[in-house]
Design a protein around this ligand. Structure first.
Ligand code: NDP
Length: 296
């Protein structure tokens, strides 16, 4: 197969919301024959002008190509759009955001209908799609054979990372990264609320906060090392007892500033519970030990 035939890999895309439209444009720009369908047909008009073939129904779109990419709102919309359609011999790549269990159920559902299946989790916004320097990529998991067959097309919109044959793992990596992100957003939001009404401009705090969070990024690797070894005490530089004592200062400062502590209280409370469970054994621990309280 020549490079030329690889770049002409035809595919179907179901779903032309903000993300689907961004994906579509990259495949069209790269010369891939693209068939699209969207529930609200008007959203396909601009893409038709750019060279996409517009299918009149999901069944027609699926029938057009072996590779069928889905980028719909949620897993329920995937089920309703594909309901009753012949999927025999199709390669489904579902870039719709979902949970790990939804990914596994959808894979079994697709395989029972004669299709191969890969679930995907998009790490990027529509503006980052098709921009190599943006750092956007997509987690994929499920059928390795499908991924290898279509890798060239799948990596057109953004980097394509295969994270295993368990179809739930793309969503799990996606949700793990997003969960970390929201925790970060929570702390940043609290920090800005603290200075509101003071003679400190948000732009004055911004570079300091950014630099500090970068320095504290070491926690990611530190946590992985300690969770792997099970050793929460060797080489600790900021012990749990000190941090629990210090959390009172954080809460009193929030009170003084008239700021709700709702965004930071859960983590402070987790540290307190870890210490309270065994003050002697846990006082000298790293805060990573508190993670062990989360698994139900
Ligand atoms: P939009 O809200 O812009 O688009 C949603 C799409 O789903 C539209 O094509 C919509 O059709 C379609 N849809 C919704 N419900 C149904 C239904 N019941 N039957 C048929 N079609 C339906 O969302 P995005 O395009 O931004 O997101 C799409 C997916 O990509 C989501 O799973 C999202 O989590 C994921 N994603 C989005 C990111 C982003 O920043 N936007 C980032 C990473 C992932 P219609 O046009 O007719 O309403």
């Amino acid at each position: 197969m020549t490079d030329n035939t690889v770049t002409k890999h035809p595919l179907t895309l179901l779903g032309l919301g903000d993300m689907g439209t961004a994906l579509a444009r990259t495949w069209l720009a790269a010369g891939h024959p693209l068939t699209v369908w969207n529930r609200t047909a008007a959203k396909a008009e601009a893409l038709a002008a750019e060279g996409a073939a517009v299918a009149a129904s999901p069944a027609e779109a699926v029938a057009a190509n072996t590779l069928v990419v889905l980028c719909l709102l949620d897993d329920a919309s995937v089920g309703s759009v594909l309901d009753g359609i012949d999927l025999t011999g199709k390669d489904l790549v579902d870039l719709t955001t979902g949970t790990p269990a939804e990914g596994r159920r959808r894979a079994a559902w697709a395989e029972a209908r004669g299709a191969r299946f890969v679930d995907g989790g998009i790490m990027g916004t529509p503006a980052m799609i098709g921009v190599p320097a943006s750092g956007a990529y997509v987690f994929h998991s499920g059928s390795r054979a499908l991924f290898d067959t279509h890798r060239a097309a799948l990596q057109v919109p953004a980097g394509a990372r295969f994270v295993g044959e368990d179809p739930g793992h793309a969503a799990l990596f996606d949700m793990a990264l997003l969960s970390g992100m929201y925790g970060l957003f929570a702390g940043i939001s609290h920090a800005y609320a603290l200075i509101e009404g003071e003679d400190i401009a948000p732009k004055e705090l911004a570079p300091l906060l950014s630099e500090w969070l970068g320095a504290m990024g070491f926690f990611v690797g530190n946590a992985a090392d300690r969770l792997t070894s099970g050793d929460f005490t060797t080489g600790v530089v900021s012990n749990l007892a000190m941090q629990v004592a210090g959390s009172g200062t954080l809460l009193r400062t929030a009170e003084e500033q008239g700021v709700s502590a709702e965004l930071i209280t859960p983590y402070l409370e987790l540290m307190r519970r870890r210490l309270a469970a065994d003050p002697v054994a846990h006082a000298g621990e790293d805060t990573v030990g508190a993670i062990t309280l989360l698994k139900r």
